[in-house]
Design a protein around this ligand. Structure first.
Ligand SMILES: [Cu+2]
Length: 257
């Protein structure tokens, strides 16, 4: 018998706050996460990543714009490091390119591979025949798959990072070895595996934030997931988000006046 149904006060709480109680009763990592993809290596690639976690299931959407057409773009959840995107100074050999290996101290190793079919583990990290290969310069990727415990925990800790790979340094429209070999697999050109875009997957409260609020809101929301799990402070947090929205609207109104 499950304790939750034996205690009347919990049942009352469940009726009053069904969403909070659900998140407390199921995996503590459940929730929605969002990444704003910023360009690395002057790739011009931007986009967004949306991930909803339900237990070990990750419902994933990636939108990438400005990618090299006709070439596969490896994409991963990287985990277990600082949970940040590498700065240009991460370039270890001074060739002007931040390779995937250069980025690992910042965004970590591969926790999951966002393949189009089959395995989604770290072992599929370079499965170039199973990654999005857009005809044009953008793609939308949607897939639901299970992720391991370490990756779930990285989401909760705010250290999961979405990385899209594949750049065209010399602008010839394809991956070639002019810029060197991959730091991960010498049989692949560096261009195929170097990161093109990167974004930290932050917990997103209520699914979305007001436009322009990503910079100020990301830090404030990163701890909300834990607060919701213990049920205390979640209402205060929701109030803070609402207050922020009001303040934002006031600023907008002031700008227009
Ligand atoms: Cu990666």
């Amino acid at each position: 018998m499950r304790k939750a149904f034996a205690i009347p006060s919990v049942a009352i709480a469940a009726a009053a706050f069904p969403l909070l109680t659900m998140s407390a009763a199921s995996a503590a990592h459940d929730g929605s996460y969002q990444a704003d993809l910023g360009s690395l290596n002057d790739s011009g690639v931007t986009g967004t990543g949306m991930v909803t976690l339900e237990g070990d299931q990750a419902i994933v959407t990636v939108e990438a714009n400005g990618v090299l057409a006709g070439s596969p773009h490896a994409q991963h959840f990287h985990i277990g490091a600082q949970g940040v995107c590498p700065p240009a100074s991460a370039d270890s050999d001074g060739d002007g390119i931040v390779t995937t290996a250069d980025g690992i101290p910042f965004y970590g190793e591969i926790g999951a591979s966002l393949t189009t079919e089959g395995d989604t583990g770290a072992d599929s990290g370079l499965a170039v025949d199973r990654f999005p290969t857009p005809e044009g310069d953008s793609y939308t990727y949607e897939r639901t798959f299970s992720i391991d415990q370490a990756t779930q925990e990285a989401f909760a800790a705010g250290t999961a990072v979405l990385v899209v790979h594949g750049i065209d340094v010399n602008g010839n429209g394809e991956y070639d070895a002019e810029a060197g070999q991959s730091s991960l697999d010498p049989s692949l050109p560096l261009e195929a595996t170097a990161p093109a875009a990167c974004g930290v997957l932050n917990a997103s409260q209520m699914g979305q934030m007001p436009a322009g609020g990503a910079d100020t809101g990301a830090g404030a929301t990163s701890g909300i997931e834990e607060q919701a799990a213990i049920g205390v402070g979640a209402l205060a947090a929701a109030g803070a988000v609402a207050a922020g929205t009001v303040a934002y609207r006031r600023r907008q109104a002031a700008d227009q006046a």
